[in-house]
Design a protein around this ligand. Sequence first.
Ligand SMILES: C[S@@+](CC[C@H](N)C(=O)[O-])C[C@H]1O[C@@H](n2cnc3c(N)ncnc32)[C@H](O)[C@@H]1O
Length: 336
Amino acid sequence: MTSQLSPERLLGVGMGFWGAKALLSAVELGVFTRLGKGRANLAELTEDLGLHERGARDFFDALVAMKLLDREDGVYGNTPETDLFLDRAKPSYVGGILEMANARLYATWGRLTHALRTGRRESEDPADEDFFGALYADPDRLRGFLAAMSGVSAGPAKAIAAKIPWRDYKSFVDVGAAQGMVPVTIARAHPHLAGAAFDLPAVGPIFEEFVARNGLSDRLRFMPGDFFKDKLPTADVMIMGHILHDWGMEEKRVLLAKAYEALPKGGLLVVYEALIDDDRRENAFGLLMSLNMLIETPGGFDYTGADCQNWMREAGFAEIRVEHLLGPDSMVIGVK
Ligand SMILES: C[S@@+](CC[C@H](N)C(=O)[O-])C[C@H]1O[C@@H](n2cnc3c(N)ncnc32)[C@H](O)[C@@H]1O
């Protein structure tokens, strides 16, 4: 039995950060954006990206071996996937989340062991309990974070646009909408809907710019507010994506109670996250996301579909169900 065991998988997981960091550096350097303009040989690529020749060839060929670039007769190009999703010049770019991972999470995850010992966040100033205030104090970090959210929500947004029976509703509000990937995707797919985004005032200009770029300024409006201090706006459908996991249990309950209060009778609450499977053994991404909340936030944690169903039932919602969206993401839907 033991002779059939191999350490290969363990070493692959343990050394996985090599490949991850090569991709994050490629995004940071703009490899895919450069190749989005046209294919290039080693010398051209090295020069255009300002690299030293010592590591350049190994770097590009490692990306080829990881199927992130292709190479023919010594000339490099994007794969269809990297060309669509990692060329900054394309509207389909989702690299914001990788830029954020490279700029902040890569270093803070290096202190995971410490966070596991202390139970305290490792981001920015760990003593600062105001995660978003600290993050948004720097305009570049604000913009970077909001763009990163578009990266994580682009896939689920399409699934939410497809899976909710939108023809039965006239309006929706996305609470904590960030740059607005979810409202933009839903509004584009369903021209009869009027939508709103509720978020901290600092987010407004960046949301409005994104919505204008998508030609939806007449149907999507920004509502500034603080969901702990203000009432939530009303609409037929309220969405909370990657919101509850940022907060501890007490705040989770407050937000669900406020959602219930704001919705009309028959209104829907849609909560989506990288929901952990109920048995807590399959969705590794959801579980690691929860550790990311340990690293990033004072009290946040991810949760299972069953956890969320219980909390929503306690808040007063009925007909609660969990539906898979895409990859690690699922939504929990409840009716007031
Ligand atoms: C993790 S992001 C999720 C963004 C988006 N819903 C998604 O799924 O990609 C959390 C969002 O909540 C917003 N937020 C944080 N604290 C808030 C508060 N007190 N009031 C309103 N919005 C808040 C942030 O600005 C950010 O846009």
